[in-house]
Design a protein around this ligand. Sequence first.
Ligand SMILES: [Zn+2]
Length: 398
Amino acid sequence: MSRYRLSPTPAQEQVLAEHCGHARFVWNLAVEQHACWKPGRKNAPGFAEQCRQLIEARAESGWLRAGSIVVQQQALKDFAQAMANFFGRTHRRPVWRRRGRGEGFRIVAVKPGDVRRLSRRVGEVRVPKVGWVRFRWSRAVPGGVRSYRVTRDRAGRWHVAFAAVPEPVPAPGTGEAVGVDRGVAVSAALSTGELLHVPGLREAEKARLLRLQRRLARAGRGSKRRGRVKAAVARLKAREADRRKDWIEKISTGLARGFDVIAVEDLKVSGMTRSARGTLAEPGGGVRQKAGLNRGVLAAGWGRLVTRLEHKAPGRVRRIDPRYTSQTCNACGHRAAESRESQSRFRCVACGHRDNADVNAAKNVRDTAAGHAVDARGGDRVAGPVNREPQRDLLLVG
Ligand SMILES: [Zn+2]
């Protein structure tokens, strides 16, 4: 991530701090609304509803109205993303934010002229209601900056981090489609049969992390040693995150370059919670397995992979409802939970077709995107309504 040290004037700093305050206030309101929600009650308000409430709150409160609507709306959006991550089991539930800890706000819809270089070492970024704020040009700012985040650390230092959208990768023009499935035994499986593993820490690094974490538990609160150990842990974790990000960049570029259509599981929060939990009246089947699956693979940054794919292959990514893709035989279309023999083995109870379970699912994802109703190709329709169900369930979502 490209992070730069901001050097606001004292007057600018005051407005930046107000932006932080507004973002924190809006975030905490959203946290409270969701904390009150219990299963069985009406849904907690979603992003659109919260935006409407924000408009109302701004009409009533001069303090809020004086702030930037972009900052406040983005805080809601960040919260929606945090909830999606929570449901995706990659992150903990978003919590209340305290003043002075992890403060920041996000600005979107950044125009090309909003970031400029003044001299070899100095750049400027335009912040709503603040104006041009200088930052240290410590390395090249990526082209195509669409948004940025301003943060203040506990020591009171300000930073700006730019997020750029990568250039689209040209399609090969072969008409070929690929299905990508979040695996259980692997990070991702392709319909081509390829199994992908996201890199993590090496064994020696894992052992070191464990040692550091133990040492951290023993170190006295507020001691100097604790600070040093904490920094070492953070460095290791950052290294792991960097490797994952590099991997995601490589994989997404490879897929965008190699295939015209890339079919992935749709991970919309609503769909996810529905498939994993079912409705109250009809609890979802296989809740436990599905929950386990979601947890295991999302840790590999699935959401980020899909986002990058959509940047690099705009209009060529199809999101597929993932229900039953793992239980349906790609050869005959028969759907049965028993066909999935283990995490990695699929053996169709109807036709005997064998495949890696994740690859079989990836093929179903690919075929659904291509418009095949998976079960319509099967010859065992006589087996009854069980088989026809996937036709409805394996709907093309996006
Ligand atoms: Zn079969």
